[in-house]
Design a protein around this ligand. Structure first.
Ligand SMILES: [Zn+2]
Length: 396
């Protein structure tokens, strides 16, 4: 076993420690200056703040034009307009491409992200090619970043006959999740879309992660449909709602009613905390044991010119959207981006503790709160026990 000792770091801003890693796991965390064993390779942490690797639970790495000349935004506003714009323009841009996907994943690594759940377009135009592109990009980075794939029917499911079969094939070929999109407003047939997705998930033993932009009571109705099917399928803990803007828009009484059924079904949430969205009832969600994960969503693509791949900046956006200021709350938000997100990537544990995958990020920051509000550059990133970024340079 190759043993690496990351010396003199401050896990979560605490006392100086050495993190000892063997192969891809953390095997020990000991006080700094403890005697090293023979044959250990050491990396000097320089007294910096150490956090577990950031986990981006909602991305679209197949869509990005990162690393290319600027592409002006276009298309009509709204979900339907953006879908049409992307369908019309992506072929001319050569999207999806291994080069751009590798570039954006590399940017994630540079910012300390060591695990990604990415929605990958599956439709009648690209078929399953996007998934092959994402796999090739992950391999090009030496699998430094764990990349889990959601087979994502961006263009609809029931309204595009043949897409359900493609999702079925993707689930059979190793996608960890089957995706869905606005079963009511895109397909105009929520029951059939959801029944189709749950049928695939049950047969292949994969999870479900559904984009739900629909707001208000239309969104709430679909949340209830999702929860009912999750309970019926015995998929507690394996279904995620992405965005789910409706939840923040309901009256307190209706919100509590929907939260109870979502919690009973063990539904998790993924949010990019966009500006102008309604704040989530995040304390009520946490009190009910509902997981909340953070994601960049698409960055620099035909949907949006925004985003820089820094998940810590998304965490800062979450804190600001929810008007959080106290130290315990700021610490909790950083946990959402790191240690609390392990379950989204199938990890039993994700922290700076023995047994966890050896994913460590070092920052020049006084403490966790200081890191959140400033989002300083990541000085060093270790993923799976390997040094993958030093002084901003990606090494894989
Ligand atoms: Zn998305």
């Amino acid at each position: 076993m190759a043993t690496v000792r990351l010396t003199n770091v401050r896990p979560w801003g605490g006392a100086a420690a050495d993190v000892v890693m063997a192969d891809d796991r953390i095997v020990d965390v000991v006080p700094a200056g403890s005697a090293a064993s023979d044959g250990e390779t050491t990396i000097d942490g320089g007294g910096r703040l150490a956090l577990p690797g950031l986990l981006n639970v909602h991305a679209h790495v197949d869509k990005s034009w990162w690393g290319r000349p600027w592409v002006p935004a276009g298309g009509a506003p709204g979900t339907a307009g953006r879908i049409a714009h992307e369908r019309a323009e992506r072929d001319a841009l050569g999207i999806p491409s291994v080069e751009s996907t590798t570039a954006v994943l590399g940017e994630f690594v540079r910012h300390g992200t060591t695990g990604v759940r990415t929605h990958v377009d599956v439709d009648l135009g690209v078929g399953l090619r996007g998934i092959e592109v994402v796999r090739a990009a992950a391999a090009a980075l030496g699998d430094a970043v764990q990349v889990d794939v959601v087979a994502f029917p961006q263009d609809g499911v029931m309204r595009r006959p043949g897409v359900l079969d493609l999702l079925d094939q993707a689930a059979a070929a190793g996608a960890t999740h089957v995706g869905g999109i606005d079963p009511a407003s895109i397909d105009r047939d929520p029951v059939r879309q959801l029944d189709g997705l749950f049928d695939i998930a049950e047969r292949h033993g994969v999870g479900i992660d559904i984009h739900l932009h629909d707001g208000g009571e239309l969104g709430a109705f679909q949340l209830e449909l999702i929860a009912e099917r999750t309970l019926r399928a015995g998929m507690h803990g394996r279904v995620t709602v992405s965005h789910g803007f409706a939840l923040g828009e309901l009256s307190p009484a209706r919100q509590a009613e929907v939260l109870d059924v979502l919690a009973e079904a063990g539904i998790g949430w993924a949010t990019a905390a966009p500006v102008r969205s309604a704040p989530l009832p995040w304390r009520e969600m946490r009190e009910r044991g509902m997981p909340i994960g953070l994601g960049t969503d698409g960055i620099r693509d035909l949907w949006s010119p925004f985003g820089d791949g820094d998940l810590l900046r998304v965490a800062l956006g979450f804190a600001r959207l929810h008007a959080l200021r106290t130290d315990p709350d700021l610490l909790d938000v950083v946990r959402l981006a790191t240690s609390h997100a392990g379950g989204y990537l199938g990890r039993a544990a994700h922290d700076l503790s023995p047994g966890a995958r050896a994913d460590v990020v070092l920052l020049d920051a006084e403490n966790v709160q200081d890191a959140l509000v400033r989002c300083p550059p990541r000085a060093l990133v270790v993923a799976g026990g390997r040094l993958v970024q030093r002084d901003g340079e990606v090494l894989v």
